[in-house]
Design a protein around this ligand. Structure first.
Ligand SMILES: [Zn+2]
Length: 214
């Protein structure tokens, strides 16, 4: 493991950083009075309640109550440790952080990548379960059998079926309390301009193409 980052190094990184630049990578901020406001990246919302104070170098959300300095922001948003957040900020502002203080690469990678992999596996298991074991999947299963696919083939290739039901996958993961940011970054969902997520494989009729941010 990497050595503990000394406080004076942490202070140096922080003093060379403007929180607005870091947060601005993730949140579209607009100036209003002394502060900047944007849509909170930690949850769904329509009106911006997420604020950043350039003067105090902190963020605060009036809706969910999250707040803190630039390191806290990245820790919460990317689900990373404090040393990982310091390293990330240091790299962002071009601060040369000694190698001994850097967390090992695969520690940083594993937290996010593992979560994504788990998400994809669970989504796949959900689809296969619906196909093989539910009434909703029966017509699709009958069709596959007609086309000559055996149950064994279906299992081998993890074939699944997502029924015509809005945001089934989203509620499945929300019930498992998967963090919003992980869902958002997983690619399994489309995101409207207001930050609302919808199943990528199901297009609700009230969401037009222009509303989809990506
Ligand atoms: Zn919030």
């Amino acid at each position: 493991m990497a050595g503990k980052i000394p406080n004076d190094v942490i202070d140096d990184v922080r003093s060379q950083t403007n929180i607005v630049d870091v947060v601005g990578q993730y949140v579209q901020l607009k100036k209003s009075g002394n502060n900047l406001f944007g849509i909170c990246p930690f949850h769904d919302e329509k009106t911006p309640s997420f604020s950043v104070s350039e003067e105090k170098q902190i963020f605060h959300c009036f809706s969910c109550g999250r707040g803190g300095n630039v390191f806290k922001f990245l820790m919460e948003l990317e689900q990373i440790s404090f040393p990982e957040a310091v390293t990330k900020v240091a790299d962002f502002v071009g601060f040369s952080l000694a190698e001994t203080y850097r967390p090992t690469q695969n520690v940083q990678e594993s937290s996010e990548v593992t979560q994504f992999k788990q998400l994809y596996r669970q989504a796949n298991e959900l689809f296969t379960h619906i196909l093989m074991s539910t009434e909703a999947g029966q017509p699709a299963l009958d069709y596959l059998h007609e086309r000559g696919l055996t149950d064994q083939l279906i299992e081998t290739f993890s074939i699944g079926y997502l029924p015509d039901q809005a945001d089934l996958m989203l509620s499945f993961f929300q019930n498992k309390e998967v963090p919003y940011q992980i869902l958002r970054q997983s690619g399994l969902f489309i995101e409207t301009q207001t930050g609302k997520l919808h199943d990528r494989f199901f297009r609700p009729s009230d969401v037009s193409d222009s509303e989809c941010a990506r």
